[in-house]
Ligand binder design. Structure first.
Ligand code: SAH
Ligand code: SF4
Ligand code: F3S
Length: 476
């Protein structure tokens, strides 16, 4: 689990994946770079598909690109700073090649709208998360010297009919977006402003996409949404829930449909919200071996009073009850979380509540962040960002240290076990070793023998660090 614990001061965004730089065929060249959460990486594949239909192939080499798009994140201030630095680099390329079109996509595009184009003059084109079908027109508008901006949010856009172009060809694991937007109003969070209203995607198109992926050799799909537990599709009206008596597909039922694509296709999902995660979902996880025993359940804080200020709609006790339900129904389930430290008015006692909750749950891993105030959010309007920077840092360090201890203990408990691993490729350090994940999402490294990428192997766990399990293949 290389990204198991992320101190944002070191690593940037929580869900930051490696930047993707890609390749598919066509005449003009498109270069896409993605930042932020898995949803953005998934959206970049939709963008590549839309552009591909309009004559663009993707390239990994920015210097041969006609169009450069950067898909961005606004979740914390430093996520935006990183993008701004990158845009300044792009601008110097444009100075040498004035025909180069530079566009910004994603959450920062939605948040800052045309200011990046008009005031800061950093880009030629701005497209929000629901405007990607318009990209070919926007690129054309740039060509005719117009201001190309589309940041309209939609109530029903899910790009359901678009088959994403996978940017990691020959990949094993793919993201499949099942819903967009978010209707929760967590007071710290910018997502409802950048992604708009929540809407679910037609389950038939989701299942078909998963079938296609399996046929192309993928062996794992991660179903994505900001709050997957509120997925709901009305079978009669084909979308919006108008009447609660009408037949619907909920998240547990959707997972079952995907699990039935093949028992060799692993299913993961992200993100669950503690207020909505149902026993029905847990029971479905227990029923299907290929639904992975892993839940990411962001708690944010262990203090009920902080949770109330955060507008998370649950208490510490509610969260702990949900953890007991996971332990009861899916006993081998790994649990990870997100924690924000130094939220508005957070006292030492409230911080201590977070540490004690961490000890009570013993998370297998966690993403931990210092609170970063975001414009327009409820917290920005209602509260003061009054925890001093040095206190935020000290609390974050205490939380990270605590988590390292629990991660190491969680890994040590697995020594001696024989685990089923999906092989993802060579390990980072050596081509003599392979790396894959167990059902709990922990990274396992082992000597390659004759095993191939995309295969399932059984590995006996022999050793570990707080981040990685090490072992040897066993032949059953
Ligand atoms: N939809 C998911 C999370 C999306 S953002 C959920 O509800 O859990 C991913 C994580 O970023 C959040 O869980 C939170 O821990 C963190 N985050 C969001 N806004 C933040 C802010 N303003 N400052 C610091 N961390 C933040
Ligand atoms: Fe943000 Fe809360 Fe929605 Fe997650 S559930 S995206 S934290 S508003
Ligand atoms: Fe960032 Fe937007 Fe995702 S703010 S975390 S890219 S939804």
């Amino acid at each position: 689990m290389e990204n198991k614990i992320i101190d944002e001061s070191v690593q940037g965004t929580a869900t930051m994946l490696n930047t993707t730089k890609n390749n598919v065929s066509g005449t003009k060249k498109l270069y896409v770079e993605s930042y932020g959460c898995q949803m953005n990486f998934s959206d970049s594949e939709v963008v590549a598909s839309i552009m591909n239909k309009n004559g663009y192939s993707t390239t990994r080499d920015i210097d041969e690109a006609d169009v450069v798009l950067i898909n961005t994140c606004s979740i914390r201030e430093n996520a935006e700073t990183r993008v701004r630095n990158r845009l300044t680099e792009f601008k110097s390329k444009k100075a040498k090649r004035p025909d180069l079109v530079i566009g910004i996509l994603g959450c920062m595009a939605e948040r800052l709208k045309k200011s990046l184009l008009e005031e800061e003059k950093l880009v030629d084109l701005v497209a929000g998360p629901d405007a990607y079908r318009d990209l070919p027109n926007l690129v054309e508008e740039v060509g005719t010297g117009q201001k190309a901006v589309n940041v309209l949010l939609s109530r029903d856009e899910t790009y359901a009919d678009i088959s994403p172009i996978r940017l990691d060809q020959g990949g094993i694991s793919a993201f499949v977006t099942i819903m967009r937007g978010c209707d929760n109003m967590c007071s710290f969070c910018v997502v409802p402003f950048t992604r708009g209203r929540e809407r679910s995607r037609d389950p038939e198109t989701i299942v078909n996409e998963c079938k296609d992926l399996f046929e192309q050799g993928y062996r794992e799909v991660t179903l994505l949404g900001q709050n997957v537990d509120s997925y709901r599709w009305n079978l009669s009206s084909k979308g919006e829930i108008k009447d609660s008596n009408q037949p619907t597909v909920n998240f547990a039922q959707l997972m079952e449909k995907v699990a039935q694509v093949s028992s060799d296709l692993r299913i993961r999902f992200s993100t669950s919200h503690p207020k909505d995660m149902t026993d029905e979902v847990l029971e479905m996880m227990a029923k299907y071996e290929n639904i992975c025993s892993y839940i990411h359940l962001p708690v944010q804080s262990g203090s009920t009073t902080v949770l109330d200020r955060m507008n998370r709609s649950y208490t510490r006790e509610w969260y702990l009850e949900r953890i007991s339900a996971i332990r009861r129904i899916v006993p081998d389930c790994a649990i990870s979380t997100d924690i924000i430290t130094g939220f508005c008015n957070e006292t030492e006692n409230e911080h201590a509540d977070t540490l004690s909750l961490m000890n009570e749950v013993a998370f297998d891993f966690a993403y931990m962040f210092k609170y970063s105030e975001r414009p327009k959010t409820l917290a920005e309007r209602r509260f003061e960002d009054d925890v001093p920077e040095d206190v935020k840092s000290r609390r974050l360090n205490e939380i990270i240290e605590n988590q390292l201890h629990h991660s190491l203990k969680s890994n040590q408990k697995q020594i001696g076990q024989i685990q089923k691993i999906l092989v993802e490729g060579y390990s980072k350090r050596s081509d003599e070793f392979l790396s894959g994940r167990n059902t709990q999402n922990a990274v396992v490294v082992f000597p390659k023998e004759t095993a191939q990428k995309g295969a399932y192997v059984y590995v006996k766990i022999e050793d570990c660090t707080s981040a990685t399990l090490m072992g040897n293949i066993v032949h059953k």
